[in-house]
Design a protein around this ligand. Structure first.
Ligand SMILES: Nc1ncnc2c1ncn2[C@@H]1O[C@H](COP(=O)(O)OP(=O)(O)O)[C@@H](O)[C@H]1O
Ligand SMILES: [Mg+2]
Length: 261
């Protein structure tokens, strides 16, 4: 479904992706891991068509995605209907005056009539337990509620793929637990999940396969998530686990670095 070959990307001279090669099949649950600044968000943006490769090829559903094609609004809309992106900061994603209009925005953009849009919006409000927030201003909601609204907005288009950038960030433990279960169920229902996360405790629940970046913006491991978590030496090497803690506290997951800022 997703094919990335020899992809490089730089932000005006700042290197962010170095020779990335990656295949993702429909229905997979995959996690991007790696230290800060290693390129996780950039790869998610590339997959979502927000940035395009300087070199190399990105294919979605066997079609090469190019900068030129993405400038065609119709093409970009179709891509975003198939693939939803949950931004790291929900505020950047929410701009309507109430939750209902926020969720209705995507379907309306796709030209859906108001009767069908209303049904979609209500399905999403139910699914995320947001009915009581329908006419509230997204701006004034809590972080967890905003994250739910952002997810509802993306699900209102019924995408095949969900791309989530650090979705656990800023959520309290109970909301994190809720989100983990919600994502697991979406994956069971057939949605492909691509998540970036620093959360070494929850990553195993939301992914079966992990991609590890290092500080050179390269992929240094692509393996089952459980196996990666056992490879402490590798995690120390890429700076995801603190060597000092590991030496003194043992392999207890509670002593993994809390990069959850
Ligand atoms: N908008 C931007 N402009 C310039 N450099 C950026 C921008 N966004 C990210 N970078 C740089 O690109 C590299 C990869 O960043 P990013 O993909 O955000 O990493 P991660 O999500 O793994 O923390 C970093 O060196 C970062 O500083
Ligand atoms: Mg990031």
């Amino acid at each position: 479904m997703i094919e990335i070959k020899n992809v490089y990307y730089s932000y005006e001279g700042v290197n962010a992706l170095n020779n990335i090669n990656l295949h993702i099949e429909k229905g997979e649950a995959i996690a991007l891991m790696g230290p800060n600044g290693s390129g996780k968000s950039t790869l998610l943006k590339l997959i979502n068509g927000i940035v395009s490769a300087n070199h190399g090829v990105y294919k979605f559903d066997n079609e090469v995605i190019t900068h030129k094609k993405l400038q065609d609004t119709k093409f970009a809309k179709l891509l975003h209907q198939k693939m939803g992106f949950i931004f790291q900061n929900s505020d950047t994603q929410l701009f309507c005056s109430n939750v209902y209009d926020e969720i209705a925005f995507g379907p309306r953009q796709m030209g859906m009539n108001e009767i069908d849009t209303d049904k979609r919006v209500n399905d999403c409000l139910d699914l995320l337990d947001l009915q009581e927030f329908s006419y509230r201003a997204p701006y004034h909601l809590s972080g967890g509620e905003k994250r739910k609204v952002a997810i509802a907005c993306v699900l209102s288009l019924n995408p095949e793929v969900l791309v989530l950038d650090e979705p656990m960030n800023g959520l309290d433990p109970r909301t994190q637990r809720w989100l983990v279960e919600f994502l697991v169920n979406l994956n069971k229902a057939g949605k492909t999940l691509i998540t970036s996360t620093h959360n070494l405790e929850l990553v195993q629940e939301i992914s079966r396969r992990a991609i590890l970046f290092d500080e050179r913006h390269m992929i240094v491991a692509d393996m089952p998530t459980g196996k990666l978590l056992e490879d402490i030496d590798l995690l120390i090497k890429v700076n995801l686990v603190d060597k000092y803690y590991h030496m003194h506290e043992g392999k207890d997951h509670r002593h993994f670095h809390d990069h959850n800022f």
